[in-house]
Design a protein. Structure first.
Length: 276
Protein backbone atom coordinates (compact mmCIF):
# COMPACT_ATOMS: atom_id res chain seq x y z
CA UNK A 1 0.00 0.00 0.00
CA UNK A 2 1.56 3.25 -1.11
CA UNK A 3 2.19 6.05 1.37
CA UNK A 4 2.92 9.73 1.12
CA UNK A 5 5.66 11.47 3.11
CA UNK A 6 5.13 15.17 3.80
CA UNK A 7 8.34 16.60 5.31
CA UNK A 8 9.06 20.11 6.50
CA UNK A 9 12.48 21.11 5.23
CA UNK A 10 13.31 22.61 8.60
CA UNK A 11 12.67 19.29 10.32
CA UNK A 12 14.37 16.78 8.01
CA UNK A 13 15.85 14.15 10.23
CA UNK A 14 16.08 10.94 8.21
CA UNK A 15 19.08 10.67 5.89
CA UNK A 16 18.52 11.49 2.28
CA UNK A 17 19.25 7.88 1.21
CA UNK A 18 16.44 6.71 3.49
CA UNK A 19 14.05 9.02 1.64
CA UNK A 20 15.28 7.81 -1.72
CA UNK A 21 14.91 4.20 -0.59
CA UNK A 22 11.26 4.74 0.22
CA UNK A 23 10.70 6.18 -3.25
CA UNK A 24 12.61 3.41 -4.99
CA UNK A 25 10.84 0.52 -3.25
CA UNK A 26 7.49 1.92 -4.29
CA UNK A 27 6.23 2.54 -0.76
CA UNK A 28 6.00 6.29 -1.49
CA UNK A 29 4.52 7.71 -4.66
CA UNK A 30 5.12 11.39 -3.96
CA UNK A 31 7.44 13.49 -1.78
CA UNK A 32 6.41 17.02 -0.83
CA UNK A 33 8.76 19.37 1.01
CA UNK A 34 7.43 22.52 2.69
CA UNK A 35 9.04 25.37 4.55
CA UNK A 36 6.90 27.46 6.88
CA UNK A 37 3.73 26.13 5.32
CA UNK A 38 4.78 26.94 1.75
CA UNK A 39 5.49 24.12 -0.70
CA UNK A 40 9.07 24.35 -1.99
CA UNK A 41 9.59 20.96 -3.68
CA UNK A 42 7.59 17.99 -4.94
CA UNK A 43 9.05 14.63 -6.09
CA UNK A 44 6.75 12.02 -7.69
CA UNK A 45 7.29 8.60 -9.21
CA UNK A 46 6.90 8.39 -12.99
CA UNK A 47 3.28 7.84 -14.08
CA UNK A 48 1.84 8.98 -10.74
CA UNK A 49 -0.79 11.71 -10.75
CA UNK A 50 -2.14 13.10 -7.50
CA UNK A 51 -5.89 12.74 -6.97
CA UNK A 52 -7.61 16.10 -6.86
CA UNK A 53 -8.92 17.09 -3.49
CA UNK A 54 -12.72 16.77 -3.26
CA UNK A 55 -14.51 20.07 -3.66
CA UNK A 56 -16.23 21.26 -0.57
CA UNK A 57 -19.89 22.05 -1.12
CA UNK A 58 -20.73 25.68 -0.48
CA UNK A 59 -24.08 26.83 0.75
CA UNK A 60 -25.67 30.26 0.59
CA UNK A 61 -24.76 30.96 4.20
CA UNK A 62 -21.15 30.04 3.48
CA UNK A 63 -21.05 32.58 0.66
CA UNK A 64 -22.64 35.17 2.91
CA UNK A 65 -20.03 34.46 5.60
CA UNK A 66 -17.22 34.75 3.07
CA UNK A 67 -18.76 38.01 1.81
CA UNK A 68 -18.84 39.32 5.37
CA UNK A 69 -15.38 38.06 6.22
CA UNK A 70 -13.95 39.88 3.21
CA UNK A 71 -15.25 43.13 4.68
CA UNK A 72 -17.57 43.89 1.77
CA UNK A 73 -20.84 45.76 2.26
CA UNK A 74 -23.65 46.66 -0.19
CA UNK A 75 -22.93 49.96 -1.85
CA UNK A 76 -24.87 53.08 -0.88
CA UNK A 77 -25.81 53.60 -4.52
CA UNK A 78 -27.40 50.15 -4.70
CA UNK A 79 -29.43 50.79 -1.55
CA UNK A 80 -30.66 54.12 -2.93
CA UNK A 81 -31.58 52.50 -6.26
CA UNK A 82 -33.59 49.80 -4.43
CA UNK A 83 -35.38 52.44 -2.37
CA UNK A 84 -36.24 54.49 -5.46
CA UNK A 85 -37.52 51.38 -7.23
CA UNK A 86 -39.77 50.46 -4.31
CA UNK A 87 -41.05 54.06 -4.11
CA UNK A 88 -41.90 54.06 -7.83
CA UNK A 89 -43.81 50.77 -7.49
CA UNK A 90 -45.72 52.07 -4.45
CA UNK A 91 -46.59 55.32 -6.25
CA UNK A 92 -47.81 53.38 -9.28
CA UNK A 93 -50.06 51.19 -7.15
CA UNK A 94 -51.43 54.22 -5.32
CA UNK A 95 -52.10 55.94 -8.66
CA UNK A 96 -54.14 53.01 -10.00
CA UNK A 97 -55.93 52.21 -6.73
CA UNK A 98 -56.83 55.81 -5.78
CA UNK A 99 -60.32 55.70 -7.43
CA UNK A 100 -61.25 52.57 -5.47
CA UNK A 101 -60.00 54.23 -2.30
CA UNK A 102 -62.22 57.26 -3.08
CA UNK A 103 -65.25 54.99 -3.50
CA UNK A 104 -64.80 53.26 -0.14
CA UNK A 105 -63.97 56.59 1.54
CA UNK A 106 -67.25 57.96 0.13
CA UNK A 107 -69.19 55.00 1.49
CA UNK A 108 -67.55 55.29 4.91
CA UNK A 109 -68.12 59.05 5.15
CA UNK A 110 -71.76 58.69 4.04
CA UNK A 111 -72.48 55.92 6.57
CA UNK A 112 -71.00 57.99 9.39
CA UNK A 113 -72.66 61.24 8.25
CA UNK A 114 -69.30 63.00 7.88
CA UNK A 115 -70.43 66.05 5.87
CA UNK A 116 -66.98 67.76 5.69
CA UNK A 117 -65.43 64.56 4.33
CA UNK A 118 -68.23 64.25 1.76
CA UNK A 119 -67.57 67.82 0.63
CA UNK A 120 -64.03 66.70 -0.30
CA UNK A 121 -65.22 63.53 -2.02
CA UNK A 122 -68.26 64.77 -3.99
CA UNK A 123 -68.50 67.46 -6.68
CA UNK A 124 -72.03 68.45 -5.79
CA UNK A 125 -72.48 70.79 -8.75
CA UNK A 126 -71.61 68.09 -11.30
CA UNK A 127 -73.60 65.42 -9.46
CA UNK A 128 -76.70 67.65 -9.29
CA UNK A 129 -76.43 68.36 -13.01
CA UNK A 130 -76.16 64.64 -13.79
CA UNK A 131 -79.22 63.79 -11.68
CA UNK A 132 -81.34 66.63 -13.07
CA UNK A 133 -80.58 65.51 -16.62
CA UNK A 134 -81.83 62.01 -15.80
CA UNK A 135 -84.95 63.16 -13.95
CA UNK A 136 -85.99 65.95 -16.31
CA UNK A 137 -88.64 65.46 -18.98
CA UNK A 138 -86.94 67.93 -21.31
CA UNK A 139 -85.08 66.25 -24.21
CA UNK A 140 -82.50 69.01 -24.01
CA UNK A 141 -81.62 67.96 -20.47
CA UNK A 142 -80.45 64.60 -21.79
CA UNK A 143 -77.79 66.25 -23.93
CA UNK A 144 -74.26 66.28 -22.52
CA UNK A 145 -73.04 69.45 -20.88
CA UNK A 146 -71.22 71.71 -23.37
CA UNK A 147 -67.53 72.25 -22.78
CA UNK A 148 -66.50 75.61 -21.33
CA UNK A 149 -63.41 75.54 -23.52
CA UNK A 150 -65.00 74.48 -26.80
CA UNK A 151 -68.37 76.26 -26.51
CA UNK A 152 -68.38 78.73 -23.61
CA UNK A 153 -71.46 80.63 -24.87
CA UNK A 154 -73.63 77.51 -24.90
CA UNK A 155 -72.26 76.47 -21.51
CA UNK A 156 -73.23 79.84 -20.02
CA UNK A 157 -76.65 79.66 -21.66
CA UNK A 158 -77.22 76.18 -20.26
CA UNK A 159 -76.27 77.25 -16.75
CA UNK A 160 -78.52 80.32 -16.93
CA UNK A 161 -81.39 78.12 -18.06
CA UNK A 162 -80.80 75.75 -15.16
CA UNK A 163 -80.71 78.67 -12.73
CA UNK A 164 -84.02 79.96 -14.13
CA UNK A 165 -85.63 76.53 -13.75
CA UNK A 166 -84.45 76.34 -10.15
CA UNK A 167 -85.85 79.81 -9.43
CA UNK A 168 -89.27 78.96 -10.88
CA UNK A 169 -89.34 75.50 -9.33
CA UNK A 170 -89.48 73.78 -12.70
CA UNK A 171 -86.20 71.92 -12.19
CA UNK A 172 -86.50 68.49 -10.52
CA UNK A 173 -85.46 68.38 -6.89
CA UNK A 174 -82.43 66.11 -6.61
CA UNK A 175 -81.32 67.12 -3.11
CA UNK A 176 -82.88 63.98 -1.54
CA UNK A 177 -80.22 62.01 -3.41
CA UNK A 178 -77.42 64.07 -1.85
CA UNK A 179 -77.96 63.61 1.87
CA UNK A 180 -75.36 61.40 3.59
CA UNK A 181 -77.94 58.65 4.08
CA UNK A 182 -78.94 58.73 0.40
CA UNK A 183 -75.32 58.72 -0.78
CA UNK A 184 -74.69 55.72 1.44
CA UNK A 185 -77.67 53.99 -0.17
CA UNK A 186 -76.33 54.81 -3.63
CA UNK A 187 -72.99 53.16 -2.77
CA UNK A 188 -75.02 50.06 -1.84
CA UNK A 189 -76.72 50.02 -5.25
CA UNK A 190 -80.14 51.30 -4.13
CA UNK A 191 -80.44 53.57 -7.19
CA UNK A 192 -83.68 55.59 -7.24
CA UNK A 193 -84.73 54.19 -3.89
CA UNK A 194 -81.71 55.80 -2.20
CA UNK A 195 -83.77 59.02 -2.04
CA UNK A 196 -86.07 57.19 0.40
CA UNK A 197 -83.24 57.42 2.93
CA UNK A 198 -83.88 61.18 3.12
CA UNK A 199 -87.50 60.76 4.26
CA UNK A 200 -88.38 61.67 7.83
CA UNK A 201 -88.02 58.60 10.02
CA UNK A 202 -86.30 56.51 7.36
CA UNK A 203 -84.19 53.74 8.94
CA UNK A 204 -80.43 54.02 8.54
CA UNK A 205 -78.47 51.51 6.52
CA UNK A 206 -77.41 48.57 8.63
CA UNK A 207 -75.11 46.18 6.82
CA UNK A 208 -72.43 43.94 8.13
CA UNK A 209 -68.93 44.39 6.76
CA UNK A 210 -69.23 41.06 4.94
CA UNK A 211 -72.57 42.13 3.46
CA UNK A 212 -71.30 45.28 1.75
CA UNK A 213 -71.48 44.97 -2.05
CA UNK A 214 -68.22 45.47 -3.91
CA UNK A 215 -68.08 47.82 -6.86
CA UNK A 216 -67.37 46.47 -10.32
CA UNK A 217 -64.97 48.35 -12.53
CA UNK A 218 -66.62 49.63 -15.71
CA UNK A 219 -63.86 51.92 -16.96
CA UNK A 220 -60.49 53.09 -15.70
CA UNK A 221 -58.75 56.10 -17.17
CA UNK A 222 -56.08 58.54 -16.02
CA UNK A 223 -58.71 61.24 -15.41
CA UNK A 224 -62.05 59.39 -15.11
CA UNK A 225 -63.09 56.06 -13.61
CA UNK A 226 -66.50 54.40 -13.40
CA UNK A 227 -67.79 51.78 -10.98
CA UNK A 228 -71.09 49.93 -11.03
CA UNK A 229 -73.07 48.64 -8.06
CA UNK A 230 -75.75 45.99 -8.65
CA UNK A 231 -78.75 45.52 -6.42
CA UNK A 232 -80.40 42.18 -5.72
CA UNK A 233 -82.57 42.55 -8.82
CA UNK A 234 -79.58 43.16 -11.12
CA UNK A 235 -80.16 46.91 -11.63
CA UNK A 236 -76.93 48.88 -11.93
CA UNK A 237 -76.05 52.25 -10.44
CA UNK A 238 -72.95 53.71 -12.09
CA UNK A 239 -70.71 56.09 -10.16
CA UNK A 240 -68.18 58.20 -12.06
CA UNK A 241 -65.13 59.60 -10.27
CA UNK A 242 -63.02 62.38 -11.77
CA UNK A 243 -59.43 63.12 -10.83
CA UNK A 244 -59.01 66.31 -8.79
CA UNK A 245 -55.33 65.84 -7.91
CA UNK A 246 -52.47 63.40 -8.28
CA UNK A 247 -54.11 60.90 -5.93
CA UNK A 248 -57.41 62.72 -5.21
CA UNK A 249 -60.70 61.77 -6.89
CA UNK A 250 -64.25 63.14 -6.58
CA UNK A 251 -67.65 61.72 -7.39
CA UNK A 252 -68.86 63.71 -10.39
CA UNK A 253 -71.72 61.69 -11.87
CA UNK A 254 -74.38 59.27 -10.63
CA UNK A 255 -76.00 57.10 -13.27
CA UNK A 256 -79.31 55.85 -11.90
CA UNK A 257 -80.87 52.63 -13.17
CA UNK A 258 -83.67 52.83 -15.68
CA UNK A 259 -87.08 53.51 -14.14
CA UNK A 260 -88.76 56.27 -12.19
CA UNK A 261 -88.17 57.53 -8.66
CA UNK A 262 -90.35 56.40 -5.78
CA UNK A 263 -93.34 58.56 -4.97
CA UNK A 264 -92.39 61.46 -2.76
CA UNK A 265 -88.67 60.98 -3.22
CA UNK A 266 -88.27 64.70 -3.55
CA UNK A 267 -89.33 65.29 0.02
CA UNK A 268 -86.09 65.61 1.94
CA UNK A 269 -85.99 64.94 5.65
CA UNK A 270 -86.01 68.09 7.70
CA UNK A 271 -82.89 68.72 9.72
CA UNK A 272 -80.67 66.38 7.72
CA UNK A 273 -77.45 68.14 6.70
CA UNK A 274 -76.93 68.33 2.97
CA UNK A 275 -73.35 69.17 2.07
CA UNK A 276 -72.62 71.19 -1.01
Amino acid sequence: MSRRIDIDAGEIGPPLDEIIRHIEDGSVQELVIRREGREVARLSRPGYSAEPAPQQRQYAWDQARDYRDQGRRPSVGGAIANFIGMAVIAAGLAFFLAPAYAFFALRSAALSGDVPALAELVDYGEVRASLRAQMSDSPRAQEPEPSWLENPIEAIRRRLGQAAEEATGAAPNVDPFLTPQALAGITYGEGHFAAERSRAGAPPIQHEATDQPWPGLVHWGPSRTRFRIRDEGGSETVLTFTRSGIFAWKLSHIGLPEGGSPDGAGEAEQGVPQAG
